[in-house]
Write a protein that binds this ligand. Structure first.
Ligand code: HEM
Length: 419
């Protein structure tokens, strides 16, 4: 809660005693009222309990995403979180992390992004549409007969991983391994805390070594015999530029993991938003052409990615606050997307909202590389779900499960529905 107010002075508003509890159960359940309060009381807020700045206004978040004085390289932050862990134990992991485009600033980022774009050409994307439809249908076939499902474990967890594995052209017999390695790596990449950190580290490092070896082998094969899969496209892009392939395993793990948990958690958020707004759901069923607009509204209204993080490279000023070099800044995408200065009736869910310039994919140089693919996946997933299961509803025979206990990657641990 709010523990102090010091608005009268009009001087430095940076007030260490003004603190909010982002982990309170009612905030985890619905953080938007808190974001509203922060935006009104202290829009550029230093949260002492977390040790970083929080931006909540659309205007500030958007400007920060385009600000060259902010760095995306969060390595020092990550190393700090490791505490006493001996980093020589995670060399394979660190090699993947250090070559990751999402951590780079220009000029490295610009060079890497140009190459990465070659894996997402319009032609390639169109050729993957069938994969997405088939994967969605296969998962729904498995639950069709029972009349109920968990949106998370039956659909949104397996869907994005399987799609990327197929798009990479990974043989069926290797897909489970690939997904397991990616999961081990991302569990450690999150915020490693707690006393099993050594165990997580060891698992992540072993998986990083296996993942790297596996991708290197695929790259070698595709170099000899290129196909239309994404690994072939990326390998060709690197070959044309005469670059060595050391960065490719990093790019592959980034594509795999950036596209996995984001989509996994967005799908149940969207299903929940639709089921909680029956009139909107009915409108969409009556007019399936609204699906693209509905997907944009789902991303604005309740995206999985609530915050992205940056580090100040020099002393800067945002909204009258002085932020020192080295400070960590949490850019509130979720807060910005509910800012009434940008969106009329910002807390309303309106599948026909127009314009809808949400920040869900993070504008600026790190704008989601997979946005077109994500939109295609979500489009097909929601359309198919509603077409095949027109009576979709919350499963009232099962207890409602709380939200995931984090404010960064917002989602559900499970979401039971009937159809
Ligand atoms: C970057 C959101 C799906 C690949 C980002 C960023 C956001 C985002 C907010 C910016 C991160 C930052 O600035 O620090 C989402 C959401 C998704 C989604 C909400 C799903 C609903 C995907 C998919 C892929 C993908 C399916 C790939 C298959 C990437 C990559 C980056 C990125 C590689 C880093 C780009 C760079 O550093 O230049 N995404 N994403 N994302 N996303 Fe997505």
């Amino acid at each position: 809660g709010l523990n102090g107010e010091d608005k009268q002075s009009g001087l430095a508003k940076h007030n260490q005693s003004l603190t909010y509890d982002l982990f309170a159960p009612e905030i985890i359940a619905n953080p938007y009222p808190l974001y509203k309060r922060i935006r009104e009381e202290d829009p550029v807020h230093y949260e002492a309990s977390l040790g970083y700045w929080i931006l909540t206004r659309y205007q500030d978040v958007e400007a920060a995403l385009r600000d060259e004085r902010l760095s995306a390289n969060r390595r020092t932050l990550f190393i700090q979180q490791l505490g006493n862990l001996d980093v020589s134990l995670i060399q394979n992991f660190l090699q993947l992390a250090d070559n990751s485009m999402i951590e780079k600033d220009p000029p490295d980022h610009s060079r890497m992004r140009k190459l990465a774009n070659q894996g997402f050409t319009t032609r390639a994307l169109e050729s993957w549409r069938g994969i997405i439809q088939k994967t969605t249908d296969t998962l729904l076939d498995q639950v069709q007969h029972q009349g109920y499902m968990d949106i998370v474990s039956d659909l949104s967890v397996p869907l994005p991983s399987l799609i990327i594995a197929k798009i990479f052209g990974v043989p069926e017999s290797d897909r489970a391994n690939l997904i397991q390695w990616a999961t081990d790596i991302s569990s450690f990449w999150g915020v490693p805390s707690g006393n099993n950190i050594e165990e997580l580290a060891q698992k992540a490092d072993t998986s990083a070594a296996q993942f790297t070896a596996f991708i290197n082998q695929l790259v070698a094969e595709r170099r000899q015999k290129p196909g239309t899969d994404m690994i072939s496209l990326l390998t060709m892009a690197y070959t044309e530029q005469n670059l060595d392939f050391a960065e490719l395993p990093s790019l592959c793990i980034l594509i795999l993991n950036a596209g996995r948990s984001t989509t996994t958690h967005l799908i149940p958020n969207g299903v929940s938003a639709l089921l909680n707004h029956p009139q909107q759901l009915q409108k969409l069923k009556d007019n399936p052409a609204l699906i693209s607009s509905a997907i944009e509204e789902i991303i604005r209204y309740d995206s999985s990615v609530s915050f992205v993080f940056r580090i100040a490279k020099e002393d800067i000023e945002i909204g009258g606050q002085k932020i020192l070099a080295g400070s960590v800044i949490a850019l509130g995408l979720g807060a910005a997307n509910h800012d009434p200065a940008k969106f009329t009736l910002a807390d309303n869910f309106d599948i026909e909202r127009s314009p809808n310039e949400h920040l869900g994919f993070g504008p600026g140089i790190h704008f989601c590389l997979g946005a077109v693919l994500a939109r295609m996946e979500l489009n097909i997933c929601f359309s198919t779900l509603l077409k095949r299961f027109p009576n979709l509803q919350f499963d009232s025979t099962r207890p409602a499960l709380p939200r995931r206990n984090t404010f960064v990657l917002k989602g559900f641990d499970a979401l039971h529905v009937r159809f």
